[in-house]
Design a protein around this ligand. Sequence first.
Ligand SMILES: [Zn+2]
Length: 312
Amino acid sequence: MRIGVDLGGTNIAAAVVNNSGEILLKISNPTMAKEGQEGTVNRIIGTIKELIEKYDSRAEYKGIGIGVPGVCDIPNGIVKFAPNLFWKNVPIKEILQKEFNIPTYIDNDANAAALGEAWTGAGKDKRHIVCITLGTGVGSGLILNGDIFHGAQTAGELGHVTVLEDGPKCNCGNTGCLETLAAAPGIARIAKDAVLEGKETILNNYVQGEDFTGLTAKEVFDSAKEGDLVANKIVEDVARYLGLALANVINLLNPELIVIGGGVAAAGETLFVPLKKVVEERALKDLYNDVEIVAAQLGNDAGIIGAAALIK
Ligand SMILES: [Zn+2]
């Protein structure tokens, strides 16, 4: 039996996971990150205690795995920097091991999600996998030879690959990162610009006066499905930027599988069809023939299952 923890900016989800990667019991509590580092650490401890009590307080646990939204010093189990949690240099591995006397493993949340998909999701039985999550940001993890590839520290930052040299400014300081053009806020921003330019489009129906909050990435994909030309052009652009990034990754790493998850990926074939076309045009033929591009299977559970998979 293992304990997997998915630490998010909004919720702490924890589950008892068996050695086949099945969730036996899952609970979730609010992170309340704004209340500070110590409070969040205490809520993680409280959530794990609650889970153990609810499942079986006498069960033996092989380990605790935790996926964290930030940059980690993995061997030492320290969260170096997690902006959404307001964390700096938190020795979470040591804290949890002391509290529970159970071996503890940490990794970045995108890496954990990739490992989850590799263990029981879309990547089962595959050894070279690139996972990309398109949500409020772009998260990605590389599974090479069946394990997370960390590089010197934190490899696999596909969200910050440049796809448009003089594109929009990114939170990282660069311009034209994939994240600014293929994550949900970027897509909503491009749609807003199209409406402000006075283009004839059903996207206008989601805007009330100066209020653009009803116009999100989902409305863009829905409108594209309905045949709206402006929305289709936006989706085509998203597919092109994402396709460029993925073709480069395919030429570099020769993966067998690319798994795409997150809210934007819920657009399904509306996104996947033009995306695959761009990848086919851009990637080397032999390498393109080796790779399958598929939707993620585990949804929000990927992080928790992957966290449990961190346990050696
Ligand atoms: Zn960036």
